[in-house]
Design a protein. Structure first.
Length: 447
């Protein structure tokens, strides 16, 4: 399967060009080879959808001149320099000038493939962010909201898209920072109610006093402070979507009133016996397992079964590790745009560190790290996104994270895993033994 995007591979030495072409072809990457930098430069335009891999020293235009010429056309085209041992200092200097990465000769095929995969992912996201900025007022699809190329995110996007088209109530379960609010917005945005109100109620933040009035509204003199009539949050959501975040925090007495509203699509303002018909779709979210809450008596089972007509389980970043570098690049682009700053170059070593961190705070923690990176702030107590160990240790950690991510995405199926990674069955076995990876840990117990 050819990966989206293209690689221009430039080297004046024929055997190295052939080797590079074969390596990238075997990895499913579309590659065009050139023996002169000038010939490749003629075909590169600002909207070029690929990356450039170039030897540093060549007759005529060398790699340094090509780097500067490419970045003049588009400063966000990734350029990977291939260098001999004596030119490493120069390559490092060129990274400060905008090169994406460098590879030292002689290099293992996996090193080239890894650098190109990361550069293509960054280029795709750069172009996608440009497209989204040019269509800032257009509604975002599930594809736009949930970035990533893992199988688990493909399934999640399809489930959201399919469910959005229905009127079914939805329960979203997931840890903090996994995107429950984004999922709710995507469900609303993909529905027939997209141009109607989307009202969010954070159940954990509702005031202990006046919670019923906040939700359902009240009439004049319904209580001591009711000097004028008030429309509740439920009414504000008419003909739209009502998102009940952290619903596990809702007091039991209010759960009963919510159940009545969900079942009958009718509410009553405080101080009134007149029914108000509701035309609302309910979406609820919880970071805890509500079935456990039902079992211990803190959540109503009848309410749960009214809300979980469809249940979405949001994956953690640990369950989709291969998406972490892509997501980090997305956040970097978004944050730079928000601060009206140029999108900074993200070195390959930074993406290595990002890929191997556990991110217990999920996307929220990752976004914070991306913001610190864009602003050039010290890491403080957050995860480090700069290399802090030896190159060999970082590469091993990164390779282990990629293999674990692919095993997760393919539910422990070895053939799918080594095909996706572009390595042989024997090589996969050897690496799994080296890193202590057991395929049974990734297998789907229901399969």
């Amino acid at each position: 399967m050819i990966q989206a995007g293209r690689v221009f591979f430039i080297d004046d030495e024929g055997p190295l060009r052939i080797a590079g072409q074969q390596t990238l072809d075997l990895a499913g990457i579309d590659c065009a080879c050139f023996d002169r930098a000038e010939a490749a430069l003629e075909q590169i335009e600002p909207g070029f959808e690929g990356v450039v891999v170039t030897d540093l020293r060549m007759p005529g235009m060398g790699g340094v001149a090509l780097l500067h010429a490419v970045l003049q056309k588009d400063p966000q085209i990734p350029v990977i320099l291939v260098t001999g041992h004596g030119d490493v200092d120069l390559a490092v200097s060129m990274m400060r000038d905008g090169a994406y990465d460098f590879i030292e000769k002689p290099y293992a095929p996996e090193r080239l493939v890894d650098a190109v995969h990361r550069a293509l992912a960054m280029r795709r996201l750069t172009l996608e962010n440009r497209r989204l900025r040019s269509q800032v007022h257009a509604p975002l699809s599930a594809q736009d909201r949930f970035r990533g190329f893992s199988a688990i995110m493909d399934r999640m996007r399809k489930q959201i898209t399919d469910t959005a088209a229905t009127e079914a109530n939805v329960l979203i379960i997931g840890e903090t920072g996994t995107g429950k609010g984004l999922a709710a917005q995507a469900l609303h945005g993909g529905s027939a109610r997209a141009d109607k109100p989307f009202i969010t109620i954070n159940c954990a933040a509702l005031p202990a006093e006046g919670i019923e009035s906040e939700l359902f509204g009240h009439e004049v003199a319904a209580h001591a402070t009711a000097v004028r009539a008030r429309t509740g949050r439920f009414e504000h959501a008419q003909r739209g979507t009502l998102f009940l975040d952290e619903i596990d925090s809702l007091p039991m007495v209010m759960q009963g009133k919510l159940l009545h509203a969900v079942e009958n699509k009718i509410i009553h303002r405080l101080g009134s016996h007149d029914p108000i018909a509701l035309d609302v779709r309910f979406i609820a979210a919880s970071k805890t397992n509500l079935e456990d809450a039902v079992a211990n008596g803190t959540f109503r089972g009848d309410l749960l079964y009214r809300l979980n007509v469809v249940t979405l389980q949001m994956p953690t970043l640990a369950e989709r590790r291969e998406d972490v570098p892509v997501l980090f690049l997305t956040f970097v682009g978004q944050i730079a745009d928000r601060y009206n700053l140029p999108v900074p170059h993200v070195p390959g070593a930074t993406l290595d560190a990002v890929a191997t961190h556990d991110w217990p705070g999920n996307a929220r923690e990752l976004r914070n790290a991306a913001e610190r990176f864009v602003l050039g702030l010290p890491e403080g107590s957050g995860a480090q996104v700069a290399p802090s160990t030896s190159l060999s240790h970082r590469m091993s950690d990164y390779e282990r994270a990629l293999i674990a991510a692919s095993l997760t995405a393919h539910e422990g199926r070895l053939k799918d895993t080594y095909d996706a990674l572009g390595i042989s069955r024997k090589a996969l076995y050897e690496k799994m033994v080296r890193y202590g990876l057991d395929r049974t840990s990734y297998a789907n117990p229901g399969s």
